[in-house]
Ligand binder design. Structure first.
Ligand code: ATP
Ligand code: MG
Length: 387
């Protein structure tokens, strides 16, 4: 077993020493078959939560209802869950199969024993080799049980470059509308995971034309699809910030659709970022990219604004050039300013809070735009000049 798995291995040995059969299951086994380092490692066991708590006193209880606990290790936190379905201690093979049968796709329905044997009752390994995504047993049943799997199908197909098996794909079409029943947080989580593998123009088009995505109310899926169809821009979506910025912009009216991120319960910080990205995209269309606008957005966010601007203007984004300009700005954030509020109070005897704030903002703007150099004395002189 590879070294990254050592912590999981130790837990399995400990559980087995107490008489509980245990296996690595789910995504980590898929990664093992693909010879990739595992993401999070999940263990399925015959032990109940109480047994796991007894064996590992420092476990974190996350969902006793689901029989899951987190076991902290020196390098990681490992999820240990009692077998899904009926647990028969006298027939571990059957119990394990029942657990695996309750998973979504064949590639996620394999188990790994401590001796490195792969237990694969639904042909996940074969499917991975053929690069096919296939639901476990009857696809309609799987999507009816949990419509989030519709979106997960798109995610895994994208992430691992798989084609979707015909029967599974047919069921995706049939049940696509059911995605609306799923909690927004779960949907948002899958969408964000989607960007962990960069979405190219083609993968964006494939995603946006899927009936599952189109059934997602609130997001500007169809509008974005049309926009991309009219204007084949060169960019990849590799951050959730960019994805949310694109999916929450009202392409028909060229305005920021602010309520979208609220509907999907995204954080205040993300909402603020996206609002500024949208506002500045619209502003740059009128005024071009000034140093001040670049500075306000910062390196991480300016790509999203530039992509939106280019999509509206029907031309190509020039992110590399803007990154270059950003890196050459006299300062890249407020902390680099040669003066601070305390200095202004001492030097200029202004002590009103709002005056200090306004003053600093004016200085910041002047330094960024090259009106004054970022040196204390130069800034004081500039201020004395009545600025
Ligand atoms: P990732 O590498 O993105 O974490 P993953 O396959 O590990 O992918 P998780 O969401 O972490 O996905 O879930 C772990 C495992 O639990 C999956 O591999 C799958 O076996 C099972 N699983 C997760 N969500 C579902 C679901 N909605 N329906 C059925 N099985 C699921
Ligand atoms: Mg996982």
């Amino acid at each position: 077993m590879p070294a990254d798995w050592k912590a999981a291995w130790d837990i399995i040995v400990e559980l087995e020493n107490h008489g509980f059969s245990s296996f690595i299951v789910g995504g980590a086994v898929r990664d093992y078959v693909l010879d990739k380092p595992p993401g999070d490692i999940d263990i399925a066991t015959t032990a109940r939560v109480e047994d796991v708590q007894h064996i590992f006193p420092h476990v974190v209880d996350v969902g006793v209802d689901h029989g899951t606990v987190l076991v902290p290790t020196t390098s990681d936190v490992i999820e240990v869950t009692q077998f899904r379905g009926e647990v028969n201690l006298n027939d571990v093979d059957r119990s394990l199969r029942e657990d695996l049968a309750r998973r979504d796709f064949t590639l996620n329905a394999m188990a790994l024993t401590k001796s490195g044997e792969i237990i694969d009752p639904f042909g996940g390994k074969d499917d991975l080799q053929r690069r096919v995504l296939r639901a476990v047993e009857n696809p309609s049943d799987r999507f009816e049980e949990d419509p989030l799997r519709l979106l997960r199908a798109l995610r895994f197909a994208h992430q691992y470059q798989l084609s979707i098996d015909q029967d599974t794909e047919r069921a995706v079409y049939t049940y696509s509308e059911n995605i609306q029943e799923v909690a927004v947080e779960r949907i948002a989580n899958e969408l964000e995971k989607m960007t962990q593998s960069s979405l190219t123009y083609q993968s964006m088009m494939a995603l946006l034309s899927s009936p599952v995505m189109q059934a997602l109310e609130g997001l500007k899926v169809k509008e974005l699809y049309e926009k991309l169809k009219q204007n084949r821009v060169h960019f990849v979506v590799d951050s959730s910030l960019l994805l949310w910025s694109l999916l929450s912009f009202d392409w028909n009216n060229e305005t920021s659709a602010r309520e979208v991120l609220g509907t999907f319960k995204r954080s205040k910080a993300l909402r603020k970022d996206v609002r500024e990205i949208h506002d500045i995209a619209l502003q740059t269309r009128r005024e071009g990219w000034s140093s001040w606008l670049l500075y306000q957005l910062g390196k991480e966010r300016l790509e999203a604004s530039e992509v939106i601007r280019a999509l509206i203007d029907h031309n190509q984004p020039n992110v590399a050039l803007l990154h270059d300009r950003f890196c050459k700005l006299p300062i890249q954030n407020k902390k680099e300013l040669a003066v601070n509020g305390k200095m202004l109070i001492e030097k200029l005897s202004i002590d009103h809070r709002s005056e200090i704030g306004d003053g600093l903002r004016r200085i910041e703007k002047a330094v960024v735009s090259g009106e004054v150099v970022n040196q204390k004395e130069a800034i004081y002189e500039w201020l004395k000049g009545g600025k």
